[in-house]
Design a protein around this ligand. Structure first.
Ligand SMILES: NC(=O)C1=CN([C@@H]2O[C@H](COP(=O)(O)OP(=O)(O)OC[C@H]3O[C@@H](n4cnc5c(N)ncnc54)[C@H](O)[C@@H]3O)[C@@H](O)[C@H]2O)C=CC1
Ligand SMILES: O=C(O)C(=O)COP(=O)(O)O
Length: 383
């Protein structure tokens, strides 16, 4: 029986895939796996039995990845599973940043109970004029699953789209409209664009990338959208620029005390992925990933360990997480040879400092033999 701890609400469409061999819930101890959305695991104590964490979503900044790697805990996410949901909210954000929709709606509420409301509306609406998107320049920082969706949709809206992503994947590039212009650097985005939208993960490199210095490069009246993570933006600098009128509107999915209820700042309660479709997609993908890893040792969509997806061919499968250093495979082979155990199949892949090896055999093996080896982090024998 595998035990799965839920750190957030996860769609039953995914949870139903676990089946009877799993105990799943919020009050689980000594869990084999964790399913999480945005709850922070930075202060969570991982038990020794924990093998995997699946983030039903994209961003993994709520998980201590280095610590997980060090402890042999495989962390998965669900690439692209919520990208359409976020794209749709970004399109909404573009419109909210441009047309004075929120202000207009709030103003109409003040007319409640007035018999001449329709007349007042026609007289007062001129205060809520805002520009169209067509023909304007949109800069996108981060061209992954979401950035590409946004780029393609903005092209269809008639916008001139500039994209910047120094690490763009071949897949993302294949999926992107040929009309998207390749900005060679972030400065081009800052200086050229009327609208700037962020779709890069929170990393050391991206933290605070919207700050006084970058804002100074921007056009007067620029509109900034942040559906990536709050810490990509220095909110003090953004707020100051909004107050000066340099930034016409800041629309974000991430609340912080300083930006709540400020004029020309629209804050949403982290709603990007909150659609039934995306919640189902993410849950399904996360459950499949964690189940596959626990049952077969296969790793698909991990952010900290390499991709290995091999069909089972033998009775026993030895799964070894270890340091990516010379002589590990030789030690495994020698150990098995000394026990007269034949290797039917062996796969080894590395990712950065860590590596993963699957050895298949039809003979009984003793996990302790492998655990005793230096630089082996985690061992499992799956029957
Ligand atoms: N508001 C919400 O509810 C949601 C927010 N997100 C946020 O959006 C981010 C992006 O999500 P996806 O597109 O699904 O991820 P993704 O991994 O498909 O794309 C991220 C892209 O950012 C690029 N990138 C990394 N460092 C960069 C840098 N320094 N400058 C420019 N580009 C850089 C990567 O090369 C990659 O192409 C997530 O990491 C998460 O923080 C994701 C889903 C929902
Ligand atoms: O997938 C992501 O990175 C998100 O930000 C979505 O977060 P959520 O699952 O809605 O808490």
């Amino acid at each position: 029986m595998n035990k799965i701890k839920l750190m957030n609400k996860i769609s039953p469409v995914g949870l139903d895939l676990f089946g009877e061999q799993y105990q799943v819930g919020e009050d689980i101890d000594d869990e084999d796996g964790i399913l999480v959305r945005s709850a922070s695991l930075h202060d969570y104590t991982f038990n020794k039995n924990l093998k995997a964490i699946a983030r039903a979503g994209a961003g993994v900044n709520n998980i201590p990845i280095d610590q997980c790697s060090n402890e042999g805990i495989v962390v998965f996410n669900t690439p692209g599973a919520n990208a359409n949901a976020v794209k749709e909210l970004v399109l909404c954000g573009l419109l909210l940043s441009s047309r004075k929709i929120v202000e207009g709606i709030d103003w109409v509420k003040t007319l409640e109970g007035k018999d001449d409301a329709s007349k007042l509306v026609e007289k007062g609406k001129s205060q809520f004029v805002g520009p169209e998107l067509e023909g304007k320049k949109l800069g996108i920082i981060g061209l992954g699953a979401i950035g590409v969706h946004v780029a393609n949709a903005a092209i269809k809206l008639g916008m001139e789209v500039y994209g910047f992503d120094p690490y763009i994947s071949v897949n993302a590039a294949w999926g992107m409209s040929k009309w998207v212009k390749n900005a060679q650097n972030m400065e081009t985005i800052f200086s050229e664009c009327d609208y700037i939208t962020l779709h890069a993960p929170s990393t050391k490199e991206t933290k605070g990338l919207i700050n006084k210095e970058s804002i100074d490069m921007m056009k007067d009246g620029v509109r900034i959208l942040n559906f990536a993570r709050g810490d990509l933006v220095n909110s003090t600098d953004v707020l100051a620029a909004v107050k000066e009128g340099k930034i016409a509107k800041y629309v974000t999915d991430f609340a912080s005390p300083d930006i709540i209820n400020q004029e020309n700042v629209i804050v949403m309660p982290h709603l990007g992925a909150s659609t039934p479709e995306s919640e189902d997609n993410c849950a399904r993908m996360a459950v499949k990933e964690i189940k596959d890893y626990l049952e077969s040792g296969n790793i698909v969509n991990s952010v900290n360990f390499p991709y290995i997806n091999e069909p089972r061919t033998t009775k026993y499968r030895i799964c070894l997480i270890h340091k990516n250093i010379p002589n590990m495979l030789a030690q495994f082979a020698t150990l098995l040879a000394n026990r007269e155990i034949n290797i039917e199949n062996m796969v080894n892949k590395a990712k950065g400092e860590y590596a993963y090896t699957i050895i298949e055999t039809n003979d009984v093996v003793d996990m302790n033999d492998f655990e005793a080896l230096e630089n082996v982090i985690k061992v499992r024998v799956i029957e």
